[in-house]
Write a protein that binds this ligand. Structure first.
Ligand code: PEP
Ligand code: MN
Length: 332
């Protein structure tokens, strides 16, 4: 349920009402916009008499919210959320590009790639240190050493770093990582989501391989309900019957999410398509669909990459993609 307050409501009146809701066993999510304050009520609201509420002086309107996601719901919080990743903002008109290799492989590779993506205009550096591979025999990442190399690349380039965390035990290793990525395979790892929810770290929550938009938003809700509002959603393609592309890029999900939630939404054309040639058009499609940012894999020498070699761009190709991203942004 949401209660939209009148502009004339005083701070004292609002806090009296909030206290009363809390005394009824409800959690209250307060959202203050430029013109209106909205109180989002979470819990069993069946006992609340809507007509009585509507009769209060300070209430403009009261509505029941049927969706199971509350904190992520745009009805609870009409303004776009802006997530600040160590000074780089995303959402609410701020556009961010996170670029870098699939996996951190060695010092030269990550530093060269970080310098190249920065020169091309990326604002965040991505790189996997813990890799969720389909086969246990494939490269699993450099683990702690990979995180140290990312930190070194950040020192050199100034780009905040984004890296995938796979289990709550790894939180201490990720203490100095600017944004935690929860990968597609862990979208419903509820213990991980709850543990991340207890921190205030920005989180890039990727869509599960076969997750519906609602299931994905409920995963965001797991993080937010623990107290962490800094969630960014990332559409990375879903599993369909099509095999020509690695996944099927659900661009409509980006536009749908912009209606359903106030959280920033990022598109990942690299994992969505698995093909270098499709990254530019799909990055542009994500932009015109309303994405607040992009995640793109770039490697200083993709031929030698230890993971996702077929989809990583060379630094030169990335320069071209960035130019077309700017073109797409300019028509909005
Ligand atoms: C990745 O970003 O390298 C990755 C493994 O992504 P996803 O979880 O979307 O497959
Ligand atoms: Mn990858």
């Amino acid at each position: 349920m949401i209660a939209v307050l009148k502009e004339t409501a005083t701070e004292q009146q609002i806090s009296n009402l909030v206290n009363w809701f809390e005394s009824q066993g409800l959690k209250v999510n307060r959202s203050k916009g430029d013109f209106v304050t909205i109180l989002g009520l979470i819990g069993d609201t069946t006992k609340i008499d809507i007509d009585l509420l509507r009769g209060l002086d300070i209430i403009d309107n009261v509505m029941r919210i049927s969706e199971p996601f509350k904190k992520a719901n745009r009805k609870f919080h009409p303004e776009d959320t802006v997530v600040d990743i160590s000074g780089v903002k995303i959402g609410g008109g701020n556009f961010a590009v996170m670029a870098g290799p699939c996996s951190v492989e060695n010092e030269e590779q990550i530093i060269e790639t970080a310098k190249a993506v920065k020169a091309a205009g990326a604002t965040l550096l991505r790189g996997g240190a813990y890799k969720p591979r389909t086969s246990p025999y494939d490269f699993q990442g450099l683990h702690e050493e990979g995180i140290k190399l990312l930190i070194k690349a950040r020192e050199i380039t100034g780009l905040p770093i984004v890296s995938e965390i796979m289990s709550p035990d790894q939180l201490s290793v990720f203490e100095d990582v600017d944004c935690l990525q929860v990968g597609a395979r862990n979208m419903q790892n509820f213990d991980l989501l709850k543990a991340i929810g207890k921190t205030k770290k920005p989180v890039l929550l990727k869509r599960g391989l076969s997750a519906t938009i609602k299931e994905w938003l409920m995963s965001a809700e797991y993080i937010m309900s623990e107290g962490n509002p800094n969630v960014i959603l990332c559409e990375r393609g879903i599993r369909t019957y099509e095999t020509y592309t690695r996944n099927t890029f659900d661009v409509s999900a980006i536009s749908a999410l912009k209606e359903l939630t106030h959280l920033p939404v990022v598109g990942d054309p690299s994992h969505a398509t698995g093909k270098v040639s499709l990254i530019k058009p799909m990055a542009m499609a994500a932009v015109v669909s309303g994405a607040d940012g992009l995640e793109i894999e770039v490697h200083n020498c993709p031929k030698k990459a230890l993971s996702d070699a077929a989809q990583q761009l060379t630094p030169e190709q990335f320069v071209g993609v960035m130019k077309d991203i700017e073109k797409a942004r300019s028509i909005l």
